[in-house]
Design a protein around this ligand. Structure first.
Ligand SMILES: C[S@@+](CC[C@H](N)C(=O)[O-])C[C@H]1O[C@@H](n2cnc3c(N)ncnc32)[C@H](O)[C@@H]1O
Length: 265
């Protein structure tokens, strides 16, 4: 998760965005838009349901960096979820409070041992930006899938104004931002975001498009999440727009996160 990504909302609609157009995916997938992260998860859930249609239950899912909550909605089929997380406190809270994991693994995504080709889907929300080698993590995600399996990820795009501001600021500023601007007193305590970020090259629309091209993975859906005050407050929204203008379109100030559904051939 970048600086303050978590909310509910209800509107959506298309809009032009210069940086997004310049970094467009090579596939024919049309970019969708969500007004905020709540709407993005609703749309992502609908997209995943379509992509999973017809698969025999239970649909076997790995939730990579599962944290304290399941961010998608009801997938309308029986699911078997294996959650993996490095933060023992986040995992404990997930197991004890949500009680929605079938298997909970305390471990590192970069070396956890899982059966190759054993799963229908890997879901990972706001985790790739925290990994030193997100491309290797994606390689691992795809290796866990059987042919036709899905990787569903949401991450803050490093080439947006908000992504840039997060990359350029030290970690203590992120904690401060969560605590004092977003009003989350537990921020930075065990089990609670923010977590340190790395923002590797693949953590952006351009980078993930290149990654998919290189490996021959299909992009089934992609949704850009607008910088909305319900997620990040008015101030961040305004600052994001100003940085976008000052960058002459190099950094996109309109959106922050990208949600995508990828498929292994
Ligand atoms: C910002 S939180 C997102 C949590 C949850 N997916 C959500 O959407 O609310 C990032 C999560 O990734 C986990 N994480 C970061 N690096 C990890 C790694 N190498 N292996 C496993 N989990 C990791 C953190 O412990 C944390 O729970």
């Amino acid at each position: 998760m970048g600086l303050g990504d978590e909310a509910d909302g209800n509107v959506n609609g298309p809009m032009h965005s210069s940086a997004l157009c310049s970094g467009a995916m090579s596939s024919a997938t049309e970019l969708g838009w969500a007004e905020n992260s709540g709407v993005a998860f609703q749309k992502l859930t609908a997209s995943v349901k379509r992509a999973l249609a017809g698969r025999p239950p239970p649909v076997r899912i790995i939730e990579a960096g599962c944290g304290r909550r399941w961010a998608l909605g009801d997938l309308g089929t029986e699911i078997h979820v294996t959650g993996i997380d490095l933060d023992p406190e986040a995992l404990r809270l997930r197991v004890e409070q949500r009680k929605d994991l079938d298997v909970a693994i305390h471990g590192d995504l970069m070396d956890v041992e899982l059966p190759a080709g054993g799963y229908d889907m890997v879901f990972s929300s706001w985790v790739l930006e925290h990994l030193e080698h997100p491309d290797t993590a994606l390689d691992r995600f795809f290796s866990w899938l059987h042919p036709g399996g899905l990787v569903v990820v949401i991450f803050p795009d490093r080439n947006t104004a908000k992504g840039f501001a997060t990359r350029m600021s030290p970690f203590f500023v992120h904690v401060w931002y969560y605590r004092w601007l977003l009003g989350r007193p537990t921020a930075g305590k065990p089990g609670y975001e923010p977590y340190p970020t790395h923002y590797g090259h693949v953590v952006g629309r351009k980078g993930i498009a290149e990654y998919c091209r290189r490996h021959g993975y299909r992009v089934l859906d992609e949704i850009a999440v607008r910088v909305d005050r319900s997620d990040v407050g008015r101030l961040t929204r305004a600052v994001s727009k100003v940085i976008g203008w000052l960058s002459f379109g190099k950094l996109d100030g309109e959106y922050c996160d990208l949600a995508i559904v990828l498929q292994r051939p």
